[in-house]
Design a protein around this ligand. Structure first.
Ligand code: GRF
Length: 196
């Protein structure tokens, strides 16, 4: 990141939910050391967990196997995270839909999505944007609500689709934008510039 992120108020503590490689998590760990209270998720072998451990941040893995339904899983996930007393949860490549049982437990839950919402909600947003042949796509950071990828927008930025782009090349250009917008949105939340 080229710009230095601003300092968060000292007592700002947030949780990050991740299921994958965790590059967004890494951007948050780098920008706000000491403020990520816990990293939680459903995939035990997610590289995001490794990044958390390397940063000395506790990890909470909840295995979806063994839960009757999504609500029971979400209740357990919320219980585990709530124990860390966080004021915000950030979805950073968390690949499960969160139910109200989870969302209602925290003051705010942010999410990053690789499209200009409301376009291309849901999975494989980049692949579908390329298939349709749009001239631009982008990144949206928004507050999560029960409806998937539909909550109030905190930040949005367009990224052009270039001739010959593949999912990989386009993702490569979207990722730094995701990282910058997500880091900015966390600061916006904790400094009161955005509210749910
Ligand atoms: C990002 O593209 C995010 O927008 C999507 O999942 C991806 C996660 O990437 N929801 P990473 O695990 O943070 O590298």
């Amino acid at each position: 990141m080229s710009e230095r992120p601003e300092d968060l108020p000292e007592d700002s503590r947030f949780a990050v939910l991740a299921s994958g490689s965790g590059s967004n998590l890494q951007a948050l760990l780098d920008a706000y050391p000491g403020h990520v209270a816990v990293v939680a998720g459903d995939k035990e072998d997610a590289f995001a967990f490794e990044r958390a451990r390397l940063a000395g941040v506790p990890v909470e893995h909840v295995n979806p196997i063994g839960f009757e339904d999504r609500k029971d899983f979400d209740r357990e996930l919320a219980d585990r995270i709530a124990a860390y007393d966080v004021a915000l949860v950030v979805g950073a490549g968390y690949m499960r839909v969160l139910s109200a049982v989870f969302l209602e437990r925290f003051p705010a839950v942010l999410n990053v999505h690789p499209s200009l919402l409301p376009e291309f909600k849901g999975l494989h947003a980049v692949r579908r944007a390329l298939a349709v042949g749009v001239g631009q796509t982008g990144v949206t950071v928004h507050f999560m609500v029960e409806e998937v990828d539909a909550g109030p927008v905190v930040a949005r930025e367009a990224v052009p689709v270039l001739p010959g782009d593949t999912e990989d090349t386009l993702l490569e250009r979207l990722h730094p934008v995701e990282h910058r917008l997500l880091v900015g949105a966390v600061a916006d939340y904790f400094t009161g510039r955005v509210m749910v």
